[in-house]
Design a protein around this ligand. Structure first.
Ligand code: 3PG
Ligand code: MG
Length: 391
């Protein structure tokens, strides 16, 4: 598929409505990882250099069509300004007025698109309202391209549309690294919930040779095999689905790797008293926070034998010490193998990128995608609505 890029458009004196993904982690009002913001800079700079005015639009969290003050993009706006090194004006309410008053060099940031129920419904009316603000639509949000929303899909049919620099870079880099991956391929998929990644897991087992399941998702798989997971995060109602995925993997010849030993604690806080025990021995009152050293050693052996690795999701609660240990230990191995030229490694997703950066391996992967879900759906071979709409 082909799509236009910034080079194909004439931005001089024009207003560009740029869909970006600045859905970044925030703790106590502070942005804890600015990667996604850093990576939209090329597009903003380029449009401005070509004489265009930039109106940024984005989502933040999942407010489900309601105004949720803690999910206002006003919280992120100062960081966007700092990272871009440009004044960024946050606008809420009457966009048309703010847009009419824009001067050359101004950057506007519109309020969280998902405060409007039309956004996630891919509503034509909402898309028209957005489109009326600008002359050109630029999609630079590869990491939201798996969503058919008003700002990623419907709007692309209403204005001259093109891909931003980051969108083009992501698609090019993924194709280069993973277009025809060298085997064995290992996928590390973690995160809190199986429910958000069901289709994905089912599809991945047909594409990869080893699938490491970490985080809360692993608990669901352990529980589905009759293993007690105590008070751990776990979707007990998905036991049947988890078992289906396990049997699908078996017939596809994909090895599913689950924790063999676990690090447990009884309080969700940094440095909580903890112990490492076999995965089959979780007490009723404990929670699983990380994979143990035996699991890590096994995964690292698989990483050593692999040619291609994709990673989306940590093994444990890496943001709380010492439960980062399992995730960091496999990141060290992935980084070493990549640096030695033995492994093509691609990581993506908010938490994953935060973990990679925190481990000091931000420059050691073959490629780091800003995308989590979108990158995995791309890997599954699915058409991404936000990309398809640009064609
Ligand atoms: C993400 O962080 O995964 C993207 O910004 C997409 O967000 P979503 O999963 O809430 O659609
Ligand atoms: Mg997501």
């Amino acid at each position: 598929m082909t799509w236009k890029t910034l080079d194909d458009m004439d931005f001089a004196g024009k207003r560009a409505l740029v869909r970006v993904d600045i859905n970044v982690p925030v703790e106590n009002g502070v942005v804890t990882d600015t990667s996604r913001i850093e990576r939209i800079a090329a597009t903003v700079d380029d449009i401005q250099a070509k004489g265009g005015k930039v109106i940024l639009m984005a989502h933040f969290g999942r407010p489900q069509g309601q105004v949720v003050p803690e999910m206002s993009l006003e919280i992120i706006a100062p960081t966007v300004s700092d990272v871009l090194g440009l004044p960024v004006t946050f606008v809420n309410g009457d966009y048309a007025d703010a847009v009419a008053e824009m001067e050359e060099g101004d950057v506007l940031l519109l309020e969280n698109l998902r405060f409007n129920p039309g956004e996630e419904k891919n509503d034509e009316g909402f898309a028209k309202r957005l489109a009326s603000l600008a002359d050109i639509y630029v999609n630079d949000a590869f990491s939201a391209a798996h969503r058919a929303h008003a700002s990623t899909e419907a709007i692309a049919r209403l204005l001259p549309a093109c891909a931003g620099r980051l969108m083009a870079e992501e698609l090019g880099a993924l194709e280069k690294a993973l277009g025809s991956p060298e085997r064995p391929v290992v996928a590390v998929v973690g995160g809190a919930k199986v429910s958000t990644k069901l289709d994905l897991l089912g599809n991945l087992v047909g594409k990869v040779d080893h699938l490491v399941i970490g985080g809360g998702m692993a608990n669901t798989f352990l529980a589905a095999q009759g293993i007690n997971v105590g008070k751990s995060l776990c979707e007990h109602d998905l036991a049947d689905t988890a078992r289906e995925i396990l049997s699908k993997a078996e017939s596809a010849g994909c090895e599913i790797i689950l924790p063999r030993d676990i690090v447990i604690a009884r309080e969700f806080k940094a440095n909580a008293a903890n112990e490492t025990i076999p995965a089959t021995e979780c007490p009723d009152d404990a929670m699983i926070f990380d994979a143990g050293p035996e699991t890590v050693a096994y995964i690292n052996g698989v990483v050593d034998g692999a040619k291609t690795l994709i990673m989306n999701g940590p093994l444990g609660v890496f943001e709380l010490e010492p439960f980062h240990a399992g995730t960091f230990a496999i990141l060290n191995e992935i980084a070493a193998q990549t640096k030695a030229g033995k492994l093509v490694s691609v990581g993506g997703g908010g938490d994953t990128v935060a973990a990679i950066n925190a481990s000091g391996h931000g420059d050691d992967f073959t490629y780091i995608s800003t995308a989590g879900g979108a990158f995995l759906e791309w890997m599954e071979g699915k058409e991404l609505p936000g990309v398809a709409a640009l064609g």
